[in-house]
Design a protein around this ligand. Structure first.
Ligand SMILES: [Zn+2]
Length: 237
């Protein structure tokens, strides 16, 4: 195998390591994002419930005001009873009092219903809030773990990057940029072996003539099918 291709092959080993570690880090970072979205969703649930509760509270206050007013009116009517002069007036007033009593009864029922709804909402809010608190606590522990993992990844990536630099400095000419282009376009495999006349990158046959050239010449040869840089291990004699 030619020296330059051999160097590229070891560069590829390091580059794959970096690629793998970077992928792992991306995965961990997306865990952070997912968790953040979960928090936001839970928070919105609480906000929606709190808004519904506030709406009920407003309604309750309104109904309560009407209820108090009606109560005062009923008291006034009862006071008027004392000043009644004839039966006709008495009957009319009695009807009014009955009507007021009936509508106050309805109001009272409505108020009770509203307050029951409020109790339900309050319980739901408390449940959601404690779910949120539990989520937060669990996440805080997990977060620490993830941060440690990410720090570890960053360290091994920077260590690999300096190894890469010293290997890359041994590659001559524009070979490195050709290699890098193939590496990024071909899913992290730029340098492949030809084994038994088959490219190990795409598993297509390599013409025998090309095989011979790869062994003989110092030039860089690409697979005609997948355009990867080819090498052939010398056969032990
Ligand atoms: Zn190929």
């Amino acid at each position: 195998m030619h020296a330059q291709i051999e160097i590229l092959a070891s560069l590829q080993t390091v580059d794959r390591e970096i690629k793998e570690q970077t992928g792992l880090k991306q995965g961990l970072l997306s865990e952070f994002q997912t968790k953040e979205k979960e928090f936001q969703a839970k928070k919105r649930e609480v906000e929606v419930l709190a808004a519904a509760y506030a709406e009920k509270e407003k309604l309750r206050a309104e109904k309560d005001r009407v209820f108090q007013d009606e109560g005062r009116k009923a008291t006034d009517k009862r006071m008027r009873m004392n000043r009644i002069k004839n039966v006709k007036e008495l009957q009319a007033l009695q009807r009014e009092i009955d009507q007021t009593r009936e509508s106050n009864g309805d109001l009272e029922e409505e108020l009770i219903k509203i307050m029951q709804d409020m109790d339900v909402l309050k319980a739901q809010i408390q449940t959601k809030e404690s779910e949120m608190a539990a989520m937060r606590e669990e996440w805080q522990n997990k977060q620490q773990e993830l941060k440690t993992q990410i720090t570890g990844i960053d360290q091994s990536v920077s260590e690999a990057a300096s190894r890469r630099q010293s290997i890359a400095s041994q590659v001559t000419g524009d070979l490195i940029s050709r290699y890098e282009l193939i590496f990024s376009r071909r899913g992290g495999t730029a340098v492949v072996e030809v084994a038994s006349g088959i490219c190990q990158g795409c598993y297509m046959n390599i013409p025998p003539q090309l095989g011979n050239e790869i062994i003989r010449s110092d030039k860089v040869h690409l697979c005609p099918s997948c355009q990867r840089i080819l090498y052939i291990k010398p056969v032990a004699e």
